[in-house]
Design a binder for this molecule. Structure first.
Ligand code: SF4
Ligand code: SF4
Length: 697
């Protein structure tokens, strides 16, 4: 006999009608819940969904491709869920089991509906049936394992993982769905009495049928009907509850993956026309966020990954990215729900303020824009952009004060945060013979010095080291000298969008004047801004980090480092956030340190998982309680490796890590990779012991 089973075997026609009526009711409750959330998202600023599906087929495919790629990789592939031990296994088991059971149920329903048209269209029999039953039987176990692991995790959850009463409903109902599904299968085997492959293709169901050995067929049929209904009602309850519980992420997570910002480190552009039209800068109220940002708030499942990765939270600042997302979600739900739809008992209908109430100013400016939160979020929620969009409004309203406000004023008046004269910008290079673009108009590579390299005495040594290396390797380069201005990175990330745009446009005009195409920068903030921010204004350049260039020069033999002659003990390398995490550059500095200094003693948090130094997002220009400095935590991690030198690849990190190491009363040196190269190559830059030969300023 061909192995098969009836889809609604042992279920009467009348019961089937009730089943489908309940399906309609369930779907209506589900759709209503989702519609209520959709209405909230819709009140954000439009994201151009229609433009996505306009144009020719090729254009549409090109526009949809990145989002579909993220859906495949992060959604189906669960890429961002991996690497967290038990929570990873719990989610992978539950997700995989759920997806297979969902697919199986859908196929079963398709087969059933096909039978309404013609019995010959049905496919749920024979070899297909055997494979189908076996697969669902086995993956049901995986689903149950995921439920148990999640249950266990909820009972021992770390503080960063959120817990709501409905979470218990979700886990217990999932467990009950899994168990009742197996009971239905076991009882079906008892009354149907399949034999051979038809029975053995459901090994778990067959095993469970043994629990009911000896009961009559009538009793088995009655019990089967009762458990079948229990199973069905549990499934209906699960579907209906999706939009009202944490399960909402099943729907909104993939949606956010599709619409999310494609890469870290890019900020949205605000135009003057937009400001004139809306009469505001940035986000002043919850509905000023984009529709995608509002949708993303509903994708959050309070997993706490962002909070665990956040340097501000780790150093007791009043900022948790998870809290920000949850607080904004609560505000969206309250402020944007029409009074008539508000839940009974909700307090008043007066909108609550966003600034200084839901999100206070200390929270806003605690963020270093390190992007650790955005990188780890499994559904690509981007707390950084939520915060910087709000910062823009606060800065526009004049709410930024203190040292950071002073730095912005200096950038405005002098083109650098130190407020030093532009005429002194090139002083650091005196006596080094670094040609300006005017002196060497045939240059192949522009060396972008940045404000720190130009004005900060410590960072000037890095610029000098780089010039020595470039000259030693006969690189045809030039610098802009006094014509260079601050890139505007700190201004933009602090929230002063139009100061940033002013600086960006001035620099882009200068770069165009000298026909610059290829730039090397030793500052990852400059690199990121030149690469990702300037393209919004037509400034498109090939920008590389100095460690990448030095690696190429070493690889081609134009710079020769000898690891065998390395002195000064082991080296650890601190990955700058805007280099390793935001731009994925972490192999070059390591290759360089391996070639010239014998390798790297790694800190536990390295490469994309690096821990911030505390200077990004304009926090370089803010006063900070020494006991709560991010750099102190990072310096402790660096010193724990036993290294005698901490290598860095960023002038901000150089300052912060030097301070951090000093707070530990440790004599470990903090040097830029270029300085280490100069030392190893004997180019008269850094003297043994860390003292620097006095050159230039
Ligand atoms: S924002 Fe993302 S990482 Fe943070 S708690 Fe929500 S889902 Fe988890
Ligand atoms: S960008 Fe960094 S500092 Fe800011 S919220 Fe995210 S993890 Fe925290």
């Amino acid at each position: 006999m061909t192995p098969t089973r009836e889809t609604f075997g042992n279920i009467s026609q009348a019961a089937q009608v009730v089943f489908y009526l309940l399906t309609v009711v369930t779907m209506a409750v589900f759709a209503y819940g989702l519609w209520r959330r959709f209405k909230l998202w819709r009140q954000g600023t439009p994201i151009g969904v229609r433009e996505l599906i306009s144009g020719g087929v090729q254009q549409i495919v090109a526009k949809l491709k990145p989002g579909l790629g993220r859906l495949l990789k992060d959604g189906l592939g669960q890429q961002r869920v991996r690497g967290r031990g038990l929570p990873t296994w719990a989610h992978l088991s539950l997700f995989t089991g759920f997806m297979i059971l969902f697919l199986g149920t859908t196929l079963l329903e398709i087969d059933h509906i096909a039978g309404w048209i013609s019995k010959s269209l049905q496919f749920h029999h024979g070899t297909y049936y055997v494979i189908y039953e076996f697969t669902l039987d086995v993956f049901g176990l995986l689903f149950l394992a995921g439920c148990v692991l999640f249950f266990w995790r909820r009972t021992r959850r770390p503080a960063s993982v959120g817990l709501r009463a409905t979470d218990w409903y979700v886990i217990i109902s999932f467990l009950a769905i899994g168990v009742s599904g197996y009971l239905v299968e076991g009882l079906r085997i008892v009354w149907q009495q399949p034999t051979g492959l038809a029975a053995h293709c459901s090994p778990v169901g067959l095993w469970i049928s043994g629990w009911f050995a000896g009961i009559s067929e009538t009793s088995a049929r009655s019990a089967h009907q009762v458990i079948w209904w229990l199973h069905g009602l549990l499934v209906f309850g699960f579907i209906a509850s999706i939009p009202y519980t944490r399960l909402l992420h099943i729907i909104v997570g993939p949606l956010n993956l599709f619409f999310a910002k494609p890469e870290l480190g890019r900020m949205t552009l605000i135009t003057m026309e937009e400001v004139e039209k809306t009469e505001r800068i940035g986000v002043a109220a919850i509905e000023h966020f984009s529709q995608q940002q509002l949708l993303s708030l509903d994708a959050c499942m309070e997993c706490g990954r962002c909070e665990d990765a956040c340097p501000a939270f780790a150093t007791e600042k009043p900022l948790s990215p998870k809290r920000v997302v949850q607080d904004l979600k609560a505000l969206m739900t309250f402020n944007l729900t029409p009074p008539a739809d508000k839940d009974a008992g909700a307090p008043g209908s007066k909108p609550r303020p966003l600034h200084d109430d839901t999100i206070n100013i200390e929270t806003l400016w605690s963020c270093t824009t390190c992007n650790a939160c955005a990188r780890v979020c499994p559904v690509r929620i981007d707390p950084v952009t939520l915060l910087t969009d709000m910062r823009r409004n606060r800065v526009g309203e004049g709410a930024l004060s203190g040292t950071a406000a002073t730095a912005l004023r200096r950038m405005q008046s002098s083109g650098n945060p130190w407020g030093l004269p532009a005429a002194e910008r090139g002083n650091w290079s005196e006596g080094l013979g670094a040609p300006t673009v005017k002196e060497n108009p045939q240059f192949e590579l522009l060396y972008w010095i940045g404000c720190a390299g130009s004005y900060d005495r410590r960072a000037q040594r890095v610029a000098r080291a780089m010039v020595k290396l470039l000259k030693h390797a006969n690189v045809n380069f030039a610098i802009l000298g006094r014509e260079e201005k601050c890139t505007g990175d700190s201004a933009r990330r602090l929230g002063d969008e139009f100061l940033f745009q002013e600086l960006a446009q001035a620099n882009i005009a200068t770069l165009a004047k000298y026909n610059v195409r290829k730039i090397v920068a030793h500052c990852p903030h400059c690199l990121n801004t030149l690469l990702k921010d300037y393209s919004q204004f037509g400034g498109n350049y090939e920008v590389i980090h100095h460690t990448q260039l030095l690696e190429q020069l070493v690889a081609s033999g134009r710079l020769k480092g000898d690891a065998a002659k390395a002195t000064g003990g082991p080296i650890t390398y601190h990955d700058p956030c805007y280099l390793a995490r935001v731009n994925g550059i972490h192999a070059a500095p390591r290759a360089l340190l391996s070639a010239t200094a014998g390798g790297v003693a790694e800190m536990p948090r390295n490469r994309e998982k690096t821990f911030c130094c505390g200077a990004g997002g304009g926090r370089m220009w803010m006063e900070e309680d020494p006991k709560k400095r991010v750099s102190t935590v990072r310096a402790q991690e660096a010193l724990a490796t036993g290294a005698k030198t901490v290598a860095v690849g960023c002038p901000f990190c150089l300052t912060m890590m030097t301070d951090g190491v000093a707070t530990q009363n440790d004599s470990t040196r903090v040097l830029d990779v270029a300085e280490i190269m100069v030392e190893r190559l004997g180019l008269d830059g850094v003297q043994p012991g860390g003292a620097v030969a006095p050159t230039g300023s």
